[in-house]
Design a protein around this ligand. Structure first.
Ligand code: C5P
Length: 250
């Protein structure tokens, strides 16, 4: 079952002019966004925004501090003051919340489910907007999320919406979590994923949608390398001079 729909309008909007190129990669959990965005950013030497991590961090902190996820003003206040550091110095990115390494903790499936609850609070989304836009730094940004093309970077030069069947997405997440030593049941994952798709697509604020000006890519039967090459090919078409020069100088 697929819950998201084509966005009715295009997603270009009012945003301060910023010429730093952005590749916006949106899609449901397990569509491959994270892996693909990371690899594309690495190969281009661009910055990476993992926007889902911010929602996970807000949810994690709310739970740690005993803040009820239904208490919207209190959760939004946490989002405004989030003390987070993304450490990209090594190939394995680390995420620090108030000086504590929470890289693995925020990947737990329960944290993803809680994140999709706090992500439906408009005050949380507003509080995280400027922080997300601040990742747009030269030479370029690969932004991974649900509303990168529609809300955060409506002027992104390249907008991509990745999809995959819910079965395939649950399988991928299962392998990924197992690989990190986090044990889960495949069936429970599939159910969580379908619930999360539904909540992300039906929420009134920034629902998960493919913008009409996004390129939609179904990754169900594609390898990581095939998806990465497709995205890099589109990037080269979009910014022939920038990317061509970068690749030529490698
Ligand atoms: O991508 P990830 O699974 O880490 O995201 C966790 C949750 O955060 C998603 O289910 C979604 O509800 C929310 N999210 C969002 N907007 C984004 C990124 C993530 O609403 N740009």
């Amino acid at each position: 079952m697929q819950y998201w729909h084509e966005h009715s309008g295009d997603c270009r909007g009012e945003e301060p002019v910023n010429t730093v190129p952005v590749i916006a990669i949106d899609g449901p959990g397990g569509s491959g966004k994270g892996t693909i965005s990371k690899e594309v950013a690495r190969r281009l030497g661009w910055h990476l925004l993992d926007s889902g991590a911010l929602y996970r961090l807000v949810a994690f902190q709310a739970q740690q501090r005993g803040v009820d996820l239904d208490d919207e003003p209190a959760v939004a206040a946490l989002a405004e003051r989030l003390d987070v550091r993304f450490d990209t110095a090594t190939s394995e990115e680390r995420i620090w919340l108030e000086g504590v390494d929470v890289t693995t903790a925020i990947r737990a499936e329960a944290c993803g489910v809680a994140a999709s609850k706090v992500a439906a609070i408009s005050g949380v989304r507003t509080a995280l907007t400027a922080r997300q836009r601040s990742f747009r730094q030269p030479p370029g940004l690969v932004a991974d999320g649900r509303d990168m093309a529609s809300v955060i970077f409506p002027d992104a030069g390249l907008k991509i919406f990745l999809t995959a069947s819910v079965e395939e997405r649950a399988n991928r997440r299962y392998k990924q979590l197992n690989g990190k030593g986090i044990s889960v049941s495949l069936r429970a994952l599939r159910e969580d994923m379908a619930d999360r798709d539904k909540r992300d697509s039906e929420r009134p604020v920034a629902p998960l949608r493919a913008c009409s000006d996004a390129r939609v890519l179904d990754t169900t039967d594609l390898s990581i390398e095939e998806v990465v090459s497709t995205v890099l090919g589109w990037a080269l078409d979009t910014w022939p001079q920038v990317i061509g020069q970068q690749q030529g100088s490698e």
